[in-house]
Design a protein around this ligand. Structure first.
Ligand code: PMP
Length: 401
């Protein structure tokens, strides 16, 4: 909240698409816990599943059937997922995927994109989006030069710089690591052909394409960005929606790669609370609601929200870009479409801060950073949309002053 010049609100409760703060104020919530809550807050079926699981015991350190059931759901939904390793956070999942990519290729370097965020893995914090973008931290202290050396950062959507980076590295990185729908510098979708170029570069160089679908997975389509955009990764990093609001994430991929993880293979990974019964219960209850009709509805909600926001901005004479895809949306205060991190940083941060304040005063809680996407959910109905667009009409006026 510092980046928009406000004190944080302290949350007392969430109900559907709304938050109630400790002073009793109600807000339409577009943070949605930064993505997991695709069904909204305290969905009765998720709450019931978690309660029932808790009554049977919260953690065992031995297998449970729900882990297998959840993994089977991932395999059924996510293209290329034959085996699944459950962990407790997206950071762990990204770290494990990178370790596995290095182990199977015998190479060190990772190509990543400026403005992307893959959790707070040491070597992946260079030029990262999300909180680092918000706080203007180019790269965190505490990272050794050796760790930083093995990360090659390329501007998103830049075909030439990607090729140049590969050439500089002798064409042999262990992996290209990408959010297929980057949403940690605001939502900056790939330009036509860019994901194909990543796939082709990996096929040519023997690097693995590691797709970080922590945000896009189970959100933009049943099978995530792979399904929606027609790209195929070698390893998938999943999280957020998969855990239904509890700590859970996963690495998934083909059997031949996944079997290199310990204990089947030698690439070590473990976690005391991984796949714990509360998180798997929340994940299963959440996925059970995510049928094709749910995605159609979320898509319609997102499209209506984006169109309504663009119209209100135009009415107020404020130039904005509103990139959006099912369940994800950003308002960039920018004249031109944003295609990379430089473009996102070029948007008007002061106008965003005024807009954010105007929305908050009118009971709409947006991500308090121009670099974080909005997360509309299945709990956002016509009332929430009306309230949002009414607030936006005046907040855009204030942003334009
Ligand atoms: N990858 C992506 C694409 C993310 O957006 C995030 C978190 N916002 C992470 C990884 C890290 O996940 P976690 O916060 O669960 O560690």
């Amino acid at each position: 909240m510092r980046s928009v010049g406000r004190e944080p609100i302290f949350v007392a409760a969430g109900e559907g698409a709304q938050l109630v703060d400790v002073d009793g104020n109600r807000y339409v919530d577009y943070v949605s816990s930064w993505g997991p809550l695709i069904l909204g807050h305290a969905h009765p079926e998720v709450v019931a599943a978690v309660k029932a699981a808790a009554e049977r015991g919260t953690s065992f350190g031995a297998p449970t059937e729900a882990e297998i059931d959840l993994a089977a759901e991932v395999v059924a939904r996510v293209p290329g997922a034959e085996m699944v390793r459950l962990v407790s956070s997206g950071t762990e999942a990204a770290m494990t995927a990178v370790r596995l990519a290095r182990a199977v290729t015998g190479r060190d370097r990772i190509v990543k994109f400026a403005g992307a965020y893959h959790g707070h893995v040491d070597g992946l914090l260079a030029d990262a989006g999300s909180g680092l973008a918000t706080q203007g931290i180019p790269s965190s202290p505490g990272i050794t030069p050796a760790q930083a050396r093995d990360t090659i950062v390329v501007p998103w959507n830049d075909f030439d710089r990607l090729e140049a980076a590969l050439a500089r590295d002798g064409g042999k990185p262990a992996a290209i690591l990408a959010e297929p729908l980057p949403a940690n510098m605001g939502l900056v979708p790939p330009v036509e052909g860019f994901l194909d170029a990543l796939r082709a570069a990996c096929d040519r160089t023997g690097a693995l394409l590691v797709l970080d679908e922590v945000i896009s997975g189970f959100r933009v389509a049943r099978g995530g960005a792979q399904e929606r955009l027609g790209v195929r990764g070698d390893l998938l990093v999943l999280g957020k929606v998969l855990g239904g609001g509890l700590p859970l994430a996963a690495v998934a991929g083909p059997r031949a790669l996944m079997e290199q993880l310990a204990p089947a293979g030698e690439t070590y990974q473990a976690g005391t609370l991984s796949g714990n019964p509360l998180a798997t219960a929340a994940g299963l209850a959440t996925l059970a609601r995510l049928d094709p009709a749910a995605y159609e509805r979320l898509d319609r909600t997102t499209t209506a929200l984006a169109a309504g926001l663009a119209a209100r901005a135009e009415g107020a004479g404020v130039p904005v870009q509103v990139p959006h895809v099912c369940g994800l949306l950003t308002v960039f205060f920018s004249n031109a479409p944003v295609r990379d991190y430089d473009g996102a940083r070029g948007a008007d941060g002061a106008a965003f801060a005024r807009f954010h304040a105007g929305m908050l005063e009118r009971g709409v809680y947006l991500p308090p950073s121009p670099y974080e996407a909005w997360f509309p959910s299945l709990a956002h109905g016509p009332d929430e949309l009306d309230r949002t667009l009414q607030a936006a009409e005046e907040a855009f006026e204030e942003a334009g002053r």
